[in-house]
Design a protein around this ligand. Structure first.
Ligand code: T3D
Length: 259
């Protein structure tokens, strides 16, 4: 796939920037976007990216499912979720690179679910997380029922899902839904600087870190300790670890290669 219809993809200095680009519908998710997002997240590591930054064009991050797509009927919704949304979701979660989502505006329905798939979620002060599904008589999906209660606890997850009350960047940071709230004007410069920092960082260890932390959300302590030990053995055998410790001893900045 050389050109995308619904997203923009740019790879510069080992940072892949993915911009959801259907601003006329606040970047709603249609079939093409689900497919293109999956493709872009699989492509980025394959062509040498060492960090991914995802954001939305215009005033929104993503307004969720394109409500015009099915003409108001969801006859095949289970199939759409399993054959289109799930592969997209796994491509993001399994991406072996640090993934930053910069939530520049409203993130509603599956758009909120998408925003929360970032390893690091940065929210503009004016961002709005809206678990909007109940407004149209649906239930939260695309992993929202898995991640929301784990991130902010059941009472707040229930409140967001059942009232559909928007949560802004300040409250999202206060609740631990996101890593940081950033003033609107500073969101993209800060997100780019963070992505650039990751792209020159020990990305092999960062990949192992994200995999191990995510696995820890589901494992028991005994299994998790084994997984940590395995991940640590892999990191300890990396060139980056040798470089990191040498740089520490020599009191210089390390030069990491991600291997
Ligand atoms: O397979 C499946 O279908 C199941 C999967 C479901 C997953 C889901 O995501 S379900 C939830 C879908 N999303 C929503 O219900 C949110 C719908 N949008 C809104 O509630 C509001 O637009 C927002 C709260 C996001 C923002 O409100 P506001 O007032 O800032 O903007 P607006 O005026 O409502 O929207 C601006 C335009 O975007 C407007 O078009 P127009 O009138 O200028 O031509 C609006 O229709 C369009 N738009 C916004 N969201 C969607 C959309 N068009 C299509 N799909 C959307 N999701």
């Amino acid at each position: 796939m050389s050109a995308y219809e619904t997203i923009r993809y740019d790879l510069t200095d080992a940072v892949a920037t993915i911009t959801l680009d259907r601003p006329e519908s606040l970047n709603s998710l249609n079939k093409a976007m689900r497919h293109e997002l999956r493709h872009a997240f699989e492509r980025a590591p394959a062509e040498g990216a060492r960090a991914v930054l995802m954001t939305g064009a215009g005033r929104s991050f993503c307004s969720g499912q394109d409500l015009g797509e099915h003409g108001g009927r969801l006859a095949n919704v289970e199939r759409t979720l399993s054959e289109e949304y799930e592969p997209m979701l796994h491509a993001i979660l399994d991406c072996p690179l640090p993934v930053i989502t910069a939530v520049n505006g409203v993130a509603a329905g599956a758009g909120a679910s998408l925003a929360l798939l970032g390893d690091i979620v940065l929210a503009a002060r004016s961002a709005q997380f809206v678990i909007a599904f109940a407004r149209i008589g649906l239930v939260p999906d695309v992993s929202a029922t898995h991640f929301l209660p784990r991130l902010i606890g059941l009472p707040r997850a229930m409140g967001m899902a059942m009232t559909t009350e928007p949560v802004d960047g300040v409250r999202a940071a206060d609740w631990g839904l996101v890593w940081k709230m950033i003033e609107d004007d500073a969101l993209m410069p800060d997100a780019r600087a963070m992505a650039a920092g990751f792209a020159t960082g020990p990305t092999k260890a960062l990949a192992l870190t994200k995999q191990t932390l995510r696995a820890g959300m589901q494992a028991d302590l005994i299994d998790q300790l084994k997984l940590e030990a395995k991940a640590q053995a892999e990191a300890a055998a990396s060139r980056d670890f040798a470089e990191g410790t040498a740089a520490f001893r020599e009191k210089r900045k390390p030069s990491f290669e991600g291997r």
